[in-house]
Design a protein around this ligand. Structure first.
Ligand code: SAH
Ligand code: F3S
Length: 480
């Protein structure tokens, strides 16, 4: 679930309980990060009020929406293939309308309309305008809104939960990103960083709790940078009044508030950025049993030269210091990474530095991709994509192999322990087994017996593969 781009979820169609008075049918498909899946829930919620029920049958749809990702070229190519498919269906059912949402909509804007492959283009901050845009397309005109906002957080929209297991849900807390990593398209497609009002976040969690949810993941491109001082962009905090500064809520404050108010709700968060993560976040994690002991802490490279060229505002030494501090304050905490392999000018030496950093940290798991040049980013404008594709692939294989070794090492450390697991659903491989996660986010499978989805169970870990723990339940945990 912590995976930034979860390959199992890519292209999921999302459905919710039908409202009988709604007559039109919406087919909505999502690609990319957790934030996109969360945004699709906001979109479905807005459209439910416009008379739409969701469907999983493309051929049945009156409106097809695809929530898109621009992070790597491959993500965009996948969406392009889907658009071809929608257009093939549209030739049979000309009344069907197609809209593109999310990062590709923001990046490519009216190019989609010029190519005549969609009817509607809506950027990530414009979903509240959907009712007006739908009126336009209903009257036969193309429609587009790609305006990025300084304050839109959708805090006032109660998202419907799509395709849910009824146990875990995403709650978004910030939108946009101000970091300007030179390889990354997100600051361009999702705009400036802004935080959502704490009360609206806590209300959403309360609502989920009342409906039986047991685990939430607080979402943001850079959650540690969360800052509420009465509204406004993060970059304008300097101009806030003394009163606003004195009463500001930081990410660790927010974690503390949520953990205290919902002591039995498991709390996760993603993603942390090394330059913004402060130790009070780790101390708050240590203070509360219900905050899960896992940080996703992308590093991208182990070479100081490359980190600088990426505009990651920390060195490998500072990263090691952060890791050492996390291990000291919270020894049981799992740590995961994102890596970019073959950033422009990356040498064998830089690559060795990355391997060396990985040896030091021994990450529990990670997400590793070769560099993909993104139009408009600083790296694209200033640096040549000069590492040959075969070299990128070779280095990627080496990095993945090393990660597998670390994962196996970390997974083995759970053997013979008794760990609390929240049951999420049946194991993919066996209907006789439950699947859930421990606090470190490692997947655990065990025989079902009489336990049920959504229960917290203590599981004795007897065996493991590289990434999965295998055990047997020894009773309910005291968190039920
Ligand atoms: N702050 C966000 C980053 C979103 S992008 C978050 O952590 O959720 C997710 C990951 O995609 C990044 O950590 C990076 O490893 C990878 N990525 C981003 N741009 C990329 C590019 N141009 N090529 C390859 N991978 C990239
Ligand atoms: Fe992208 Fe860096 Fe922000 S990876 S999302 S610019 S923290």
């Amino acid at each position: 679930m912590e995976k930034i781009i979860d390959e199992n979820k890519q292209g999921n169609t999302l459905v919710l309980d039908p409202n009988k008075s709604n007559s039109r049918k919406l087919y909505i498909e999502s690609y990319g990060c957790q934030m996109n899946f969360s945004d699709s829930e906001i979109v479905a919620s807005i459209l439910a009020k416009e008379g739409f029920n969701t469907t999983q049958e493309l051929e049945d749809a009156d409106l097809v929406l695809v929530n898109t990702c621009s992070i790597r070229d491959k993500a965009e190519q996948t969406v392009r293939k889907r658009l071809e498919k929608y257009n093939a269906v549209k030739r049979i059912n000309p009344k069907m309308k197609v809209g593109v949402l999310g990062c590709m909509a923001e990046r490519l804007k009216d190019k989609f309309l010029e190519e005549e492959i969609v009817d509607m283009v809506v950027g990530p901050d414009a979903y509240k305008d959907l009712p007006n845009l739908l009126e336009e397309i209903d009257e036969g005109r193309d429609a587009m809104n790609v305006i990025l906002s300084k304050d839109e957080t959708y805090g006032d929209i109660s998202p419907v939960r799509l395709n849910t297991n009824g146990v875990s849900a995403y709650v978004s807390i910030t939108r946009g990103c101000d970091n300007m990593c030179t390889f990354c398209v997100v600051p361009f497609t999702r705009g400036r960083e802004r935080s959502r009002e704490p009360e609206s976040i806590l209300n959403e969690i309360e609502n989920l709790w009342n409906r039986g949810y047991k685990e939430i993941t607080l979402l943001g491109q850079n959650v540690d940078s969360y800052l509420w001082y009465g509204g406004g962009l993060k970059k304008d905090f300097e101009k806030a009044s003394e009163m606003q500064k004195a009463t500001a809520v930081t990410f660790s404050d927010l974690l503390d508030l949520a953990a205290l108010r919902f002591p039995k709700m498991r709390i996760r968060f993603s993603t942390s950025n090394p330059q913004d993560m402060t130790l009070d976040v780790i101390r708050t994690m240590a203070k509360h049993k219900n905050i899960c002991k896992h940080v996703h802490l992308p590093v991208q490279s182990g070479s100081n030269r490359i980190l600088k060229a990426m505009n990651r505002l920390h060195t490998r030494e500072e990263y090691f210091e952060l890791i050492d501090n996390i291990r000291e304050i919270l020894p049981e905490c799992s740590i995961s990474q994102d890596m970019i392999i073959g950033f422009p000018t990356e040498t064998e030496e830089d690559h060795k530095d990355t391997l060396d950093l990985m040896e030091y940290v021994k990450y529990d798991f990670g997400y590793m991709f070769t560099y993909s040049e993104r139009p408009g980013t600083l790296a694209e404008r200033k640096l040549e994509d000069d590492v040959p594709e075969e070299v990128k692939k070779e280095r990627l294989t080496e990095i993945i192999n090393l990660q597998q070794k670390s994962s196996a090492f970390r997974t083995k450390a759970h053997l013979n322990k008794i760990e609390e697991v929240l049951i999420e659903g049946s194991s993919k491989k066996s209907d006789a087994h439950w699947m859930g996660r421990n606090t470190q986010n490692t997947v655990v499978v065990f025989p079902k017996e009489n336990y049920k989805i959504g229960e917290f169970v203590n599981v004795k870990i007897n065996d493991c593969t590289t990434a999965t723990l295998i055990g047997e339940a020894v009773g309910y945990s005291d968190n039920n």
